[in-house]
Design a protein around this ligand. Structure first.
Ligand code: UD1
Ligand code: CA
Length: 500
């Protein structure tokens, strides 16, 4: 049977699991111009962390409920999950006014029309949630004969979270309801078991139930948490699954975001360490989600690897080095405090310390780019060296080239950029300006301090500076000239400067 590839609004018949990710809120406590769910951990927006968990659980479709900055949230999700978008697994539902979490689920209802399976509901501000916990939740829901199941956690400080109220107050008593902090009695506030905001509910039951909710609480919101009381009232047991507090920590303000990011990094770095990566100080090593790091790579303290950076086996990244969207070849070394963006660094190349590689820098194997050298949109061939203080922009440099200290490719004439070509084996002396467009032929030598405005033939020596002049006997001649002038000036105090 051919597979369906259309973005139809009806869920595929085979799917028994769908998901709703609630991402419509503003996140007032973030005090941000950007919607909370777009703040990032490990280079991935919060909403995408939740989306990935839903996709990993096999949910199809995943309905993302957007509202605050809806267009931006939707575009961001599309950008981060192109495969799932292309496969038609992701749908967007708009919640016009943020009237609460149950209202957000109502907004998702049309996107689930005709779906009869289980719905996994996730909040987009719980980024540490692990796939394994969702699997346990879904098992618990099945064991509960397909009825409501939810995740809870025990927090030392449960402030701000919904509390799980159980029959008889006992830890094992049946769930009666969930009470939000603002609506809770002092006794209820003393409960340490909290609602994680992760639920598995049969679709029909979920949509019917939230359809009947009223805003009977202090915040005048429609609470999804009222699901628990509704199930209890209908005589249906609510299944619960416990999860570690660290996984369930929600992100409501910047302090939460920083704490979640630290926890995320600890998890990420532990996985990298186990995979054979050496970190001098794992607590200060920053490797974003999209980055790959091979075994036997060493990462120094303060190294920041982001974007689609890939570091191959045996490479080393020094302290404070920044790599964004870079590839680092096997055995290459990026030394301390180098800042590299969109660069290709070949095998065994050495970069830095304090080097600057900008987009389009392509270093062949064995290239050396040293301190205070900036490379932009330029290729350096095998074994070429630019070890000190240079700017190489819009240049194609062959193999075995030596670029002297202070060399500048003058690539910009105030209007347009021009190319510099330096063929294999060229020796460029120190402090040379190469005024582009210009070409230096194979094996040519350029004298230090030259300003090169014309092409240099292969094998030639080019000097583009004024010839040195030496005035012989200069000191003596200068003194003699001063003595002639001196008597006229010295009549006041009798002292002459002549002869000094
Ligand atoms: C919610 C739960 C609380 C739980 C906590 C876990 C409710 C009523 N309370 O509280 O029991 O302990 O999460 O982290 O559910 N959202 C919408 N539309 C809305 C309102 C919210 O899409 O109208 C989204 C938000 O973008 C957010 C999520 O729902 O991603 C949770 O909303 P939030 O306001 O953070 O709920 P909490 O007060 O943290
Ligand atoms: Ca929250």
């Amino acid at each position: 049977m051919p597979s369906r590839t259309t973005h139809s609004s009806r869920p595929r018949r085979r799917s028994t699991l769908a998901a709703i990710v609630l991402a419509a809120g503003k996140g007032t406590r973030m005090r941000s111009d950007r919607a909370k769910v777009l703040h990032e951990i490990g280079g991935v927006p919060l909403v995408v962390h939740s989306l990935r968990v839903a996709l990993a659980a096999g949910a199809d479709p995943v309905v993302i409920v957007v509202g605050h900055q809806a267009a931006l949230v939707e575009a961001t999700v599309r950008g981060h999950a192109p495969a799932a978008v292309a496969a038609g697994r992701i749908r967007f539902a708009v919640q016009e006014r943020q009237l609460g979490t149950a209202d957000a689920v109502r907004a998702a209802a049309p996107a689930l029309a005709g779906f009869g399976g289980t719905v996994l509901v996730l909040y987009a501000d719980v980024p540490m949630l692990e796939r394994a916990t969702v699997r346990r939740l879904l098992r618990a829901a099945r064991a509960n004969r397909g009825r409501t199941a939810l995740v809870t956690a025990r927090f030392d400080d449960p402030t701000g979270y919904g509390r799980i109220v159980r029959a008889g107050g006992a830890a094992t008593g049946a769930v009666q309801r969930i009470v939000e902090e603002t609506d809770a009695s002092p006794g209820e506030r003393a409960i340490h078991e909290i609602n994680a905001g992760i639920y598995a509910v049969p679709a029909r039951r979920l949509l019917e139930t939230v359809g009947a909710f009223r805003r009977a609480n202090r915040q005048r919101e429609l609470y999804l948490t009222d699901l628990a009381a509704a199930a209890a009232a209908a005589g249906q047991p609510v299944a619960t699954v416990g999860a570690p507090a660290a996984e369930i920590q929600g992100v409501n303000d910047r302090a939460d975001l920083a704490a979640a990011a630290a926890a995320w990094r600890a998890r990420r770095n532990r996985a990298l360490l186990r995979a054979g990566v050496t970190m001098i100080d794992p607590a200060r090593t920053y490797v974003d989600d999209g980055v790959t790091v091979a075994a036997d790579v060493t990462l120094g303290p303060g190294a920041v690897l982001s974007g689609a950076t890939r570091v191959a086996r045996g490479a080393a990244v020094g302290p404070g080095a920044l790599l964004h969207d870079c590839t680092v070849g096997p055995g290459a070394e990026v030394r301390a405090y180098s800042v590299c963006d969109g660069a290709e660094i070949g095998a065994r190349a050495v970069v830095g310390p304090f080097a600057r590689l900008r987009p389009g820098a392509r270093l062949a194997p064995g290239v050396h780019v040293g301190n205070f050298v900036e490379v932009k949109k330029s290729a350096l061939g095998r074994g070429s060296k630019a070890n000190h203080l240079a700017y190489l922009g819009d240049a194609t440099i062959g193999a075995g080239v030596n670029v002297g200290a202070g060399t500048i490719t003058c690539n910009y004439d105030g209007t347009a950029k021009h190319q510099t070509v330096i063929d294999d084996g060229v020796f460029v002396g120190s402090n040379v300006s190469l005024v582009a467009p210009v070409r230096v032929g194979r094996g040519a030598v350029i004298g230090a301090g030259s300003t090169i405005t014309d092409d240099v033939p292969a094998g030639a020596l080019a000097l583009g500076r004024s010839r040195q002049v030496a005035i012989s006997d200069y000191r003596r001649k200068k003194a003699a000239a001063a003595a002639v002038r001196a008597p006229r000036r010295a009549n006041g105090n009798g002292r002459s400067r002549a002869g000094r």
